[in-house]
Design a protein around this ligand. Structure first.
Ligand code: FPP
Length: 224
């Protein structure tokens, strides 16, 4: 959800106004995914590094998250969306943690769109935690070290059981992964859009899918 700050600045508005508009763009992205028949969508909403932002901004962001969780869940539930959250949720206030759990529980039977929101998420921390968990499993005698291949390791990640992303879309012209799904995105197609996140709409989503459909995916194999 990149570009909220620049969107607000270009309008002479406070940074939080960009985040507020960014939350509306999230609604459009979810609708676009459903309309396009995409069944897995992961949103990078808040990185582990974002905690270093000014206290006022963090307060505004957690306020928006709180409001989002209380106002959107009923509609997401009715639209067939299953919500999951990845990241270090312990860093949020306990009422938010309770709402995150409730949102996951209340939407668990839905299958139309699997929506994962990465909150307080960092891929390196996720990979380090998976390594620790795998090591624990070996120590406890539940896993042979020699059996720790790619698939087994992936089962210790926060995304266990989810498919790897085919397409990663980054808005606002930035061309980096910024610690997002580093393991899972090994073969993802990357599409960088020159649009600030608050302006993201159905047309941008469609354009990214069109660009994806033009890519030739070889997964390291030869073409012939
Ligand atoms: C990037 O914009 C966006 C964020 C750091 C946070 C986005 C999070 C929310 C809107 C919180 C609410 C969460 C949900 C799930 C509704 P930026 O500030 O880095 O903007 P810039 O790239 O222009 O600097």
């Amino acid at each position: 959800m990149d570009g909220n700050g620049r969107w607000a600045k270009s309008r002479g508005l406070p940074h939080i106004a960009g985040h507020r508009e960014g939350s509306r763009a999230l609604r459009r992205a979810i609708e676009a995914a459903i309309q396009s028949g995409v069944s897995w969508l992961t949103i990078y909403a808040f990185s582990s590094e974002n905690w270093r932002r000014p206290a006022g901004e963090i307060l505004g962001l957690t306020g928006l998250l709180r409001r989002y969780l209380r106002s959107e869940i009923t509609e997401l539930k009715q639209s067939g969306v299953r919500l999951r959250f990845i990241g270090d949720r312990c860093r949020f206030d306990s009422d938010i943690q309770t709402d995150l759990e409730a949102a996951e529980r209340d939407t668990a039977v839905n299958t139309r769109l699997n929506l994962t929101i990465a909150l307080s998420y960092g891929a390196r921390a996720e990979i380090a935690a998976a390594a620790r968990a795998a090591l624990e499993a070996v120590r406890a005698g539940c896993l042979e070290a020699g059996d720790l291949g790619e698939d087994v390791f992936a089962s210790f990640l926060a995304t266990a059981g989810m498919p790897d992303p085919d397409l990663v879309i980054r808005t606002s012209g930035e061309q980096r992964l910024s610690n997002f799904l580093l393991w899972q995105a090994a073969y993802a197609e990357l599409v960088f859009l020159d649009v600030l996140w608050p302006d993201f709409d159905h047309a941008h989503f469609g354009a990214a899918l069109k660009e994806f459909s033009r890519r030739e995916r070889r997964f390291g194999a030869r073409k012939d």
